[in-house]
Design a protein around this ligand. Structure first.
Ligand code: IPE
Ligand code: IPE
Ligand code: MG
Length: 241
């Protein structure tokens, strides 16, 4: 079946968020170290970005490293950070060429300096691109993001810049890391786990959730198309009848 052909181009999700999971298990199945799975996950990211660009999806967000992931063995964290630097470095020319804007959410300050530098460089090189925005969530967790927003708002209230009565949904969203990007229409999680793991909790209030057993390093364009087709078969009611 040609999944791509069946996608309705007029009903594309404006924003697809992805929890890339299962790298470690993928490696384990092959008798390798977990990092081998992370290395092989890069190709899946590339394929997904390419597929989104070809279809005309305007926003993609990848959960690449969570606040909680800092608690993994130091060796894995270090190698993941190195891999990240390498991947950003290698992929940036392609992003520039394809009109992709890179963005980052999360506690970027907490990343190793080398990683921040590579990221800053990629953000600067792609900042004027408009075809597709690819956001990577790095040292991100939704609870961190919400608490961070609350702290900023509390300070502004204290300084008399915000009247507490004015705090509404629209204002609150301005203080989230994702401001300016529409909420995800579709959230994909690979590897068969049925949980959100502290990702975009505010933003997915009305997102459609799609879970697939495919492990992230095996995720290919056809899996991405399948998720979009599933999304397009659903009826979104947003609390109405
Ligand atoms: C996802 O794969 C990548 C990151 C969280 C960085 P995992 O590393 O969580 O792989 P599994 O879930 O242990 O198989
Ligand atoms: C979620 O995956 C985080 C990322 C994909 C970056 P995890 O593998 O860390 O989540 P849990 O531990 O299974 O909930
Ligand atoms: Mg995992």
């Amino acid at each position: 079946m040609d999944f791509k052909q069946n996608i309705n181009k007029n009903k594309l999700p404006k924003h697809i968020a992805i929890i890339m999971d299962g790298n470690g298990r993928w490696a384990k199945q092959r008798g390798k170290e977990r990092i081998f799975g992370h290395e092989n996950g890069v190709k899946a990211v590339r394929e997904t970005v390419e597929a989104a660009g070809e279809l005309g999806v305007r926003n993609l967000t990848f959960y690449a490293f969570s606040t909680e992931n800092w608690c993994r063995p130091q060796k894995e964290v270090e190698t993941l950070m190195e891999l990240l630097v390498k991947a950003i470095h290698n992929e940036t020319p392609e992003l520039v060429e394809k009109g992709v804007k890179l963005a980052a959410i999360g506690d970027i300050e907490s990343l190793p300096e080398k990683c921040r530098k590579e990221l800053d460089d990629a953000l600067a090189k792609t900042k004027d691109n408009t075809r597709l925005t690819v956001t990577v969530a790095l040292s991100y967790s939704s609870q961190w993001e919400i608490l961070n927003a609350v702290k900023i708002i509390a300070r502004e209230v204290k300084d008399g810049k915000i009247n507490p009565e004015e705090i509404d949904k629209k204002m609150f969203q301005r203080f989230l890391q994702t401001h300016g990007v529409p909420d995800p229409d579709l959230l994909i999680r690979t590897s068969g786990e049925l949980r959100i793991s502290n990702f975009l909790l505010w933003q997915i209030a009305y997102s459609e959730l799609y879970f697939t057993p495919v492990l992230w390093p095996d995720f290919r364009k056809k899996h991405f198309y399948q998720a979009i087709l599933d999304y397009q078969r659903r009826e979104r009611r947003f609390g109405k009848t």
